[in-house]
Structures are given as structure tokens and as C-alpha cells.
Design a protein around this ligand. Sequence first.
Ligand SMILES: *Cc1c(COP(=O)(O)O)cnc(C)c1O
Length: 439
Amino acid sequence: MSDATDAVDTPTPRRNPKPEAKTIGGREMKPSTLMMGHGYDPALSEGSLKAPIFLTSTFAFENSAAGKRHFEGITGKRPGGAEGLVYSRFNGPNQEILEDRLSIWDGAEDALSFSSGMTAITVMMLAYCNAGDVIVHSGPLYAATEGFVAKVMSKYGVTYVDFPAGATREEIDAILTKAKAQAAEQGGKVAMVYLESPANPTNALVDVEAVRDSRDAILDADETPITIDNTFLGPLWSRPLDHGADVVIYSLTKYVGGHSDLVAGSIAGAKKWMDPVRALRNTMGGIADPNTAWMLLRSLETVELRMQRAGENAEKVCAFLRDHPKVEKVGYLGFIEDERQKDIFNRLYSGAGSTFSLFVKGGEAEAFRFLDSMKIAKLAVSLGGTETLASLPAAMTHLSVPDERKAQLGITDNLVRISIGIEDPDDLIADFDQALAQV
Ligand SMILES: *Cc1c(COP(=O)(O)O)cnc(C)c1O
């Protein structure tokens, strides 16, 4: 029922967020400062210091003209693209703040968040590739990524060519030349160069600058982006966009999320490379949910602190393990001996990370005894959390890899994979010491 006495509140006009400063006193603010507030204005959310979690599937238009204007933008009838929020499969406030903040770490123009690292990778590949195209990739890759390229993309007529992570400029030139010929034969293009560095569990580093020079010499840079999975050393110790990569990819599940309590992924790069992926994400879904995006905003405030501490801890633990009588070898990026790999490390990385391979003297039985004796470290796959984790790839994550391939990759029965957390370093050393005594 309604009558003339109905009170009409004056609606609060929609406000624009206050303009943001990214410099202070002529200096550019560092990511660790910007993580506390960038992209969020408390005045738009009742003064709430932290962004609320926006649990909604849809967003109300101010009036019909605004609704029409929005759809003109997304359908291309009006240049400039979509404006604002309309439906939660496309975007949401928490995800937009997250994407703005993720871009900052890698110096990217734009970023997209996803419900997992694999969703980010697979939606991106589907967006960039057409039937007849070729993907060039470094190897080994995260097993699910390698499987997706070989078993799923092949169903749609996309083939691949791979090269070992440590390849030289000459070797990369040869591979790109081969891929270009293969693409021409199939009536397609080289759709993307896909890298992962350091490779897991070999820790081999890819020379991103050499890949860029090779791509620029042999292929068309506007047609073939260089994409790189930066999960292991980014965003703190590795900034691939500064060294010639076009798109940087994360499993945010690892160091960025950092508390082993969420699964998410992202990609970042120039808008030109994000747009087709955003369009496909709009169609397929796969954007991170608002709660996960909010947790990642929480995580990003401490990512530098956590990674620094984990990196320092790993350095101390590895120094202890290096000369231990029960240890055969420590595969840690701080101990690279190969001159070429050392050169790549010095040019492209600012830290050795906290994930490494520990070769216990003996075989599976000795490795099992070591793992089962650990008291602080938890026995689990994954990495990059606040807690130290340990696993045995040959018996767990890489169990189904054929023996010949395992041998090629150096995945032996005594290779223990360790991800160091942010515990007290001396407690960790004491734990490794007592567990090694049981071997
Ligand atoms: C974990 C991981 C992925 C997959 O990420 P999810 O978030 O588990 O989907 C991809 N690449 C690397 C290097 C990883 O460690």
C-alpha cells in the first residue's frame, strides 16, 4: 500500500573513490605500503577500514539508462568496454581490489584472478590458442599443466614443442624455428611460449631474456606472448615482466595466499593480453570467489614479510644440511654450481626462495624414516605456507611419472621436497637434525 505521505529518503549519491596517491614526496610507494589500502576507499563502505566481503550474485543499476550503457560497453556498441559491476561471474569489488593489488607486485597494467592456479592457466591457454596453433613450452612443467597441453589442448588441434628449462639461446632459436615451421604446416601460428621457472623439482632456471630475444628474432611479438608461471619465486624474488615476459602466472595457493588455507590463481600483464582471457573467463566462469579474494587481500599485506622470513630460514636450514653426514646433496638455488645457471640466477632473481630438494643418503626406506621422524615439518604436498612442509615426489606427486622420465629429471627415491615456513629457524634446524639421526 502506498499513499502520498510515503516518506522518500534522499538517496545517497554514488560517490567515486577518492583519488589515490601512488607517490609520496616524489618517491614511488613500494608494494608493501600499497597493500594496506590501494584500490579501496573506506568512505564507499560505511567507513569500514577493511573491505567488506561482498556476497552478492548481481549488482543493481542506478537507472535503466545506466543498465543500457553498461551493455553497450560489453557488447562493443560503445567503445571503452564494461563500466562498473553487473554480475558476479564477471567481477566483484573484492576481486577488483585484489587484481589492482596483484598488478602492483609485477608492475603489470592489469591482472585477473581465478578460482585456482590451474583455472588461470587453462582459461588463458584456451583464450590464446586456435586449432592448428603450436604452444612452445619449457620442461618440466607442473604436472597438471603439462598434462593439459599434451592431452586436452591436443583434442582441439593445438600441438606443442618443448625444450629443457636450462636451454641456451641457440637451442631456444632452434626450437622456435621448428615450432614456426610446424605451425605453418598446420595452418596456425605459434600461439604462446609458456615457461615455468624454476622448474619443479629440478630447480632448473629458464633464461627469460634469451627466450625474449629469440622470440623477437624469430616470431611476431604482437602475436606470440611469453607467459611464465612465477609461483615459486614471485612476486618477491622474481619480476619476469621486467625481463621480457608478457604475462606472469601464479598459483596464489602457494606463497601469495601463504597460509595453506585457500586455492586461487592469477595472471597479470598488459591489457592487450588480459582482454581475451577476461572475455573467456566471463563466459566460462572461474573467477576467484569474494571470500577467497578477501583472504588474499589479507595475505598480500604480509607477503613480503612472510617470504623474507621463509627465505632467511631456508638459507640457515640449507647451510646446516649442506655438510650433514646423512645428506647426499641439497638442491637449493643458493648453492648453484653450474656457471650458466648461476648467470641466469644473478640476472633474473633477487633471492633463492624457500623451496628446495634434499637428497637423503640411501633410498626410499631412508627417506621414509626421515620424513616420518619430522616433528615440526608436516608431511604434505604444496608449498609456500607459513608452516614447513615435506614430501617425497617419487612416491607421491610424481608416482605416475614413467621411470625413464623420472631418471631424466633426476627424481630419485631419496629426493625429499621441502618448503620452509616462518617458524623459528633454530627449532627447524633441531627438527632436521633429530630426523636425520633416524636415517
Ligand atoms: C600449485 C601449482 C600450480 C597449480 O595451482 P593450483 O592453485 O593448485 O591450481 C601451478 N603451477 C605451479 C608451479 C604450482 O606449484
